[in-house]
Design a protein around this ligand. Structure first.
Ligand SMILES: [Zn+2]
Length: 70
């Protein structure tokens, strides 16, 4: 799940922008989602495309983090 790396929670995240780009034959080429944290105003962007998922800015995917609180 995407969360704010500053607040360490997804609770305040809002999607403020999303866009789907299609290839010429109508296949999904790339999905862009821009997030904003309503608590600390951190912003970030998730881009999913042929080469996998890229996350930029002040957000992160907490599934990638070591599970220390389990
Ligand atoms: Zn935050």
């Amino acid at each position: 799940m995407i969360e704010c790396s500053n607040c360490e929670t997804a609770r305040f995240l809002q999607i403020v922008y999303s866009r789907i780009r299609l290839t010429d034959d109508g296949q999904i080429h790339e999905i862009t989602e821009r997030y904003e944290c309503t608590s600390c105003e951190t912003r970030g962007e998730v881009r999913e495309g042929e080469n996998g998922t890229r996350i930029e800015g002040g957000i992160r995917d907490n599934d990638d983090l070591p599970k220390v609180r389990a």
